[in-house]
Design a protein. Structure first.
Length: 155
């Protein structure tokens, strides 16, 4: 009896099923989702860089206020230098914030694309509805980005 049971287990182990083969849709969905994850993590990194850059600028300004008291012509030259540094800092910070926003938008688009592909392959009507909602959201994001770019250059 035990030998029969062991022989049955051995036969089942020898009859291996075919190895797992993912469908092309699941490969696409996973690819889009992992790319979305990478973009959102990169956006988070850029935000952390902007925060540390802003903190560094605050500390530098406090130290400068403590240790410098320029007079006369030297004071005017120092003010011009500070204005240049302040302007370049603002542009650098604006670039970091814009990059972070762009990466978050890309992550949102990639994740939504993967979700719409998944929904479309399983439930077409829900997938089409979701795609319509995401498309309108995408148009809204494009409008906001264009408005922000035009407002930045009008200054």
């Amino acid at each position: 009896m035990e030998e029969d049971l062991l022989l049955a287990i051995l036969q089942q182990l020898q009859n291996k099923p075919h190895p797992f083969q993912p469908t092309p849709v699941s490969i696409w969905v996973n690819g889009l989702w992992f790319t979305s994850l990478a973009a959102s993590l990169a956006g988070t990194l850029v935000v952390m860089l902007a925060k540390s850059r802003g903190q560094w600028a605050i500390e530098e300004k406090e130290a400068e206020a403590l240790f410098s008291t320029p007079r006369g012509l030297k004071r005017r030259r120092d003010e011009i230098g500070r204005l240049y540094i302040h302007t370049s800092f603002k542009l650098e910070l604006a670039l970091l914030v814009t990059t972070a926003s762009f990466l978050v938008y890309v992550a949102l688009i990639l994740f939504s694309s993967g979700l719409s592909v998944l929904l479309y392959t399983t439930q077409r009507s829900i997938g089409i509805s979701f795609l319509a909602i995401i498309s309108s959201m995408g148009l809204f994001i494009i409008g906001v980005v264009v408005h922000n770019i035009s407002a930045f250059y009008r200054r």
